[in-house]
Design a protein around this ligand. Structure first.
Ligand code: TXA
Ligand code: MG
Length: 334
């Protein structure tokens, strides 16, 4: 298959390009598009064949449900069995934006989208290209992050091309995404609501609106609400090179002394580069850090060192999503 790769203006995408992408979606094809978080790989959520192809191309386990993307709140209603007041309050506060709301699904949503589960995750993304595509497609669009299953999520079209050129119909290239971390996934089917995946919308931001919200540190064991979030299984978001998280430099120096080649993502530590130590500086503030993290992990992978060492950022609310992704990036190798 020839993949059409088309550049679009991130603020004012060409309507003809958007229309041709929408036609592909409506005909059961696959289109990768930018959101404010990461690039998604979209298919018509109401077309089980298209969704089946999406799972296949991504190499995604069939037990892992997909997020359904819509352009406005009115498009949510046919997808859900109920839309509780808390969902309305949250969507008023955070949509369009990086929050996925999990509620009971309506029979209209095919089982394959929700991996057979009773709930559906929905969001309105805050990106002009995504919104234009969703409006033009005029169907709900299921879209996982546009990476092969368990790899680092794509923040640029080049990352999508590397994984899917020749396997999807179209890739819309609107440059780098702004947020860089996947949406916060919040389950409203349990009381109190539970954060299944932390993101830029932090536990504190949700608490300030809903009051009580559960967030268990990422890798802690989870009890279930209606379903667990299978996508939050370990072995996720991983570069090929093993990742080790550090709070001081002693382990880094002892590895270097053994002749191990290291890439170090340093935020505050001062480490002097040597032939066997590449230092990639990381931003001090969480928002810039989050937008760069996946790109840096890819760069670190490209160095082809033996280990990627990462300075662990602080244990504070605004770093929760970043600590989660770093912990996952490192779990393959523990
Ligand atoms: O920012 C994002 O959310 C991006 C962009 C493209 O929107 N999408 C994304 O999709 O990250 P994906 O498939 O890579 O991750 C979706 C996560 C998975 O962990 C999945 O298990 C969880 O959301 N999820 C989806 N539907 C769910 C549901 N009904 N119940 C529980 N978890 C759900
Ligand atoms: Mg993903």
């Amino acid at each position: 298959m020839k993949t059409l790769i088309v550049h679009v203006d991130p603020e004012l995408p060409n309507p003809d390009v958007i229309d041709s992408a929408a036609v592909i979606i409506r005909r059961g094809g696959l289109v990768a598009f930018p959101t404010e978080t990461v690039y998604g790989l979209g298919a018509d959520a109401l077309n089980p064949q298209a969704i089946s192809k999406l799972y296949q191309v991504k190499g995604r386990p069939s037990k892992n449900p997909l997020i359904v993307h819509v352009p406005d709140p009115s498009a949510v209603i046919p997808l859900v069995a109920e839309w509780p007041p808390s969902a309305k309050t949250l969507s008023d506060a955070f949509w369009p934006g990086p929050l996925t709301i999990v509620v009971k699904k309506s029979p209209w949503v095919p089982d394959i989208v929700t991996a057979g589960g009773e709930t559906v995750g929905i969001r309105i993304p805050a990106h002009p290209v995504a919104l234009a595509l969703l409006k033009a497609a005029d169907v709900p669009v299921a879209a996982p992050s546009a990476n092969k299953s368990s790899r680092v999520s794509p923040t640029r079209a080049q990352h999508v091309i590397a994984d899917f050129d020749g396997q999807v119909d179209m890739i819309l290239d609107a440059g780098p995404t702004t947020q860089g971390l996947e949406s916060t996934v919040l389950d409203l089917t349990c009381t109190p609501p539970k954060i299944l995946r932390p993101g830029v919308i932090s536990p504190e931001m949700i608490r300030s609106i809903l009051g009580d919200v559960i967030y268990e540190s990422n890798l802690a064991k989870k009890e279930s609400c209606i379903v667990q979030s299978p996508g939050q299984l370990l072995r996720h978001y991983s570069p090929k090179t093993p990742v080790s998280l550090i709070d001081d430099l002693s382990e880094l120096y002892s590895q270097l002394a053994k002749g191990v080649r290291v890439v170090f993502l340093s935020r505050t530590f001062v480490a002097v580069p040597t032939p066997s130590l590449v230092v990639l500086p990381m931003p001090l503030d969480p928002s810039t850090y989050g937008s760069m993290l996946y790109e840096r992990l890819r760069q670190a992978d490209d160095v082809a060192a033996d280990w990627i060492f990462v300075e662990m950022p602080p244990e504070e609310d605004e770093w929760v999503a970043i600590r989660d992704r770093l912990a996952r990036a490192s779990t393959n190798h523990k």
